[in-house]
Write a protein that binds this ligand. Structure first.
Ligand code: NAD
Length: 373
């Protein structure tokens, strides 16, 4: 039995922010990062809100939002008596806002509903349509996914004009995060025809548009397609969950502070080979599904072995064209630092909630050999 439910209303395209014009008589708590305020971009949001509303801007969000920011945000949200939260930023701002609202309602026992609107400024996490929020305990070096439908945004506004300022490296990191979401949702043990349809479309959109946005950040039409891909991939993994790639990325991200999408990309080809498991089963479901994706983007895939090779080669070539590292060492981590943490990372990856839906059940040795590859 499959139960499919979509909660988030999505407005997409040039005038998507007009949805904000009808909001009235609200105490609006805006959660964002310093870039949005310093660059003045936040005004594209505030200018749409009428003076019938009270506004407070919390702009302290940093990448991989740490728990202390969530605590100060939820306290400010409560003191302001917010009736609405608008998150404006990448996955970090949206995830932080989700957690602030969730914990404020529980800690301060606020009875009234707080409307949640997500406005992504990166095309990456799909957080605007997911029930995930990834929080970081910086001292313990651990990332915790908070997963509950209570944090799903009511509204997502997808206007690619907000993404245009993302520099090439952030565009590449976040775009490859989308690709990872498609691949993991597609081969997840929870995948269905419904999640597959979102994953396939998003996968095609990424391959058609990621190089365009990396070369020319002002290409609005390609930017909007990447924004759609990010959202569709979010819908796919909100239904099917993710896999070992994200399990390792969460564990390693808490230790190494490598941007999330870049970390995923370093791991991706190895994870595909591991999941395809061709040494033991030439026709595993994952191998067939990866092969199908290769065919969808016009690669040769006359059998799973050829399909997997075409797909991993295409990803490695793309990674190179996008100027992304192909290993932890090429990212700049010393062997000593890497070796010091790799056991802890392997153990944390096995515990991570996303690893549970991986098509092949890994053990610690498997994770270590993926990390060492
Ligand atoms: P991010 O939000 O951490 O932002 C990265 C950097 O990009 C920041 O410095 C930010 O200021 C800058 N930035 C954002 N938008 C910009 C713009 N338009 N122009 C210029 N600079 C801009 O990056 P992200 O990759 O979107 O989010 C990563 C976080 O999301 C990680 O913590 C990751 O674990 C989490 N995540 C969440 C989900 C989910 O479903 N909730 C899924 C995947 C990842």
């Amino acid at each position: 039995m499959n139960k499919i439910r979509f909660k988030t209303e999505i407005w997409s395209g040039d005038n998507a922010l007009n949805a904000l014009e009808t909001i009235n008589q609200q105490h609006i708590f805006i959660v964002t990062d310093p870039f949005m305020v310093e660059s003045g971009k936040i005004e594209s949001i505030t200018a749409k809100l009428t003076d019938q509303n009270e506004l407070k801007i919390f702009s302290d969000i940093v990448p991989d939002p740490p728990i202390n920011k969530i605590i100060s945000g939820m306290t400010a949200l409560n003191e302001f008596n917010a009736t609405m939260v608008i998150a404006v930023g990448g996955g970090s701002a949206i995830d932080a806002a989700k957690a602030m609202k969730f914990f404020a309602q529980r800690v301060f026992k606020k009875q009234e509903t707080i409307t949640f609107i997500a406005v992504p400024t990166t095309s990456g996490t799909g957080s605007e349509v997911t029930n995930f929020s990834v929080l970081t305990d910086a001292e313990a070096g651990v990332k915790y996914p908070l997963v509950t439908d209570d944090i799903l945004p009511q509204v997502a506004l997808l206007d690619a004009n907000l993404v245009k300022t993302a520099p090439q490296n952030i565009t590449a990191d976040t775009g490859m995060d989308v690709l990872t979401h498609c691949l993991e949702a597609y081969v997840s043990i929870n995948a269905t025809d419904f999640s597959d349809s979102f994953a396939e479309k998003a996968f095609q959109l990424v391959f058609e548009n990621i190089e365009k946005v990396s070369r020319n950040g002002d290409d609005l039409s390609a930017r909007q397609k990447m924004h759609h891909a990010s959202c569709l991939a979010g819908m796919a993994f909100n239904l099917a969950n993710l896999g070992l790639n994200h399990g390792i990325a969460h564990a390693a991200g808490a230790k190494f502070h490598i941007p999330h999408g870049r970390l995923n990309t370093i791991l991706l080809p190895q994870i595909i080979k591991y999941n395809a498991n061709l040494e033991n089963d030439l026709n595993s479901t994952a191998a067939q599904k990866y092969s199908h994706l290769a065919k969808l983007i016009g690669l040769s895939a006359s059998n799973p072995r050829i399909g997997i090779r075409s797909l991993t080669n295409a990803i490695c070539q793309l990674r190179k064209k996008l100027n992304m590292p192909d290993s932890f060492h090429n990212y700049g981590l010393t062997k000593e630092t890497f070796n010091h943490y790799k056991n802890d990372i392997a153990q944390a990856a096995l515990r991570d909630g996303t690893t549970k839906s991986n098509p092949r059940k890994p053990n610690k040795e498997d994770v270590l050999s993926i990390l060492d590859a």
